[in-house]
Design a protein around this ligand. Structure first.
Ligand SMILES: *[C@@H]1O[C@H](CO)[C@@H](O)[C@H](O)[C@H]1NC(C)=O
Ligand SMILES: *[C@@H]1O[C@H](CO)[C@@H](O)[C@H](O)[C@H]1NC(C)=O
Ligand SMILES: *[C@@H]1O[C@H](CO)[C@@H](O)[C@H](O)[C@H]1NC(C)=O
Length: 383
């Protein structure tokens, strides 16, 4: 009897907490799913076949419900593309598409069913999608959305926008076009005594990898791309280069993570990489708080090169290569007149240094974020 009473108290407490902390807005920054390589390993002999087709549809009448009369498919000419086979460079694979769909359905379970935050039927006013202008991220956004709101068969065909910027204006990646200074800073970091000492300490590993892959100028960045390349191969049952042991794969992972943290996660670099995006994010929060922003959910699909600085900006990067379909989620809560932000990375809640709790007072969060936004981006980016 006493136990039941205790449970009732716990349940009542839970509801009183749940009702005072009201979720207002969610922003999810997500890496695309599994893909094929961008570059092939020289003399590697692996052929990459892609099953996911994308059909081009040219909608000349600009109708809201296009009914295409003719579709066009891309077909590579024999031996005229970098990657042997019929995939585009870096193309999202079926595995990648599924990863994003299941991430979308995880969000469906959490934000629609568990928390009742988003409506069960799609309300286009609540959801806003943004992606970098690459086929793999665009497609990742679409697949996430399919998981969040599965398509119903008999529904009228609608056109849902995925907002984007051209690559040269994009602020969700390491953009040296918009910020030439980034390239200089990166080189500076790679010439720093700490970087050089580290590379010296793994000289033998570099020699081993060089023997297998035949790279010139092997550096930390290569370890990250080679580690990714190993992952594609494992995901797709492709043979690994001969001589590459499990121990070396583990070392690639560690060294790739070290590079990501030391170079991509350098605070000076981070500000100029992801600072402008952080401003976009603060704008979304502020306009939500002021009542101008009707959206409840923003999806941003991007790359490793955005996830690392985003986490590093909050002192939350774990020095491990970022997995496909990884997510950094910002949740904005209201509690009476106060607002709070909670940050999580792949479901792990993160305590932002400088905040008292994992649920960070918005005014505090905003101050911490503003420190990572350049005061004068153009000037700081000039060389
Ligand atoms: C690529 O080749 C595979 C195997 O031959 C085939 O199943 C697939 O449809 C092709 N994909 C494209 C996009 O042509
Ligand atoms: C980050 O890079 C800048 C520019 O090269 C350098 O001055 C600074 O020491 C680096 N920060 C760390 C923590 O290594
Ligand atoms: C790889 O092999 C496993 C085990 O045989 C199989 O289940 C899986 O579907 C294969 N994956 C691909 C992409 O062919």
């Amino acid at each position: 009897m006493k136990q039941i009473a205790n449970w009732i108290i716990i349940i009542l407490l839970f509801f009183s907490i749940a009702s005072t902390h009201k979720l207002k807005f969610v922003g999810a920054f997500v890496r695309h799913g599994d893909r094929v390589p961008n570059k092939n390993i020289p003399k590697d002999g692996t052929i990459w076949q892609c099953k996911l087709n994308s059909l081009e549809m040219y909608n000349n009448d600009n109708l809201p419900s296009p009914t295409p009369s003719r579709l066009f498919g891309k077909k590579f000419m024999q031996d005229r593309n970098t990657l042997p086979g019929n995939c585009s460079r870096g193309q999202l694979t079926e595995i990648g598409a599924k990863q994003l769909q299941s991430l979308g359905s995880k969000f469906r379970n959490k934000y629609i069913y568990d928390l009742n935050f988003l409506p069960q039927e799609l309300d286009p006013d609540f959801i806003w999608l943004r992606s970098t202008d690459k086929p793999r991220t665009m497609r990742s956004a679409a697949n996430f959305f399919l998981g969040l709101y599965p398509q119903k068969d008999n529904r009228k065909q609608d056109v849902f926008p995925i907002h984007t910027m051209d690559w040269n204006n994009e602020n969700m990646h390491f953009n040296t076009k918009m910020c030439p200074k980034l390239a200089i800073l990166k080189n500076q970091i790679k010439r720093s005594p700490k970087y050089i000492t580290h590379m010296k300490s793994i000289e033998y590993f570099i020699y081993q990898i060089d023997k297998i892959y035949g790279f010139i100028d092997l550096d930390g960045y290569n370890f990250l791309t080679l580690y990714n390349n190993v992952k594609f191969r494992i995901n797709h049952n492709k043979t690994l280069p001969s001589g590459l042991s499990d121990k070396m794969i583990e070392k690639l992972k560690i060294e790739g993570g070290w590079y990501a943290n030391f170079v991509m996660g350098n605070k000076t670099l981070v500000k100029l990489t992801i600072g402008p995006f952080l401003q976009d994010l603060l704008n979304a929060f502020d306009s939500k708080i002021s009542g101008e922003n009707p959206h409840k959910f923003h999806l941003y699909t991007a790359h490793n090169s955005g996830i690392v600085p985003l986490l590093a900006a909050y002192g939350a990067f774990d020095s491990r290569p970022v997995d496909f379909a990884s997510s950094v989620v910002f949740e904005l809560f209201q509690e009476k007149k106060k607002y709070y932000v909670r940050l999580s990375y792949n479901d792990r809640k993160i305590k932002i240094p400088g905040c008292k709790k994992k649920k960070c007072l918005y005014t505090k969060f905003k101050k911490i974020t503003q420190k990572m936004i350049p005061k004068n981006y153009e000037k700081e980016c000039r060389i």
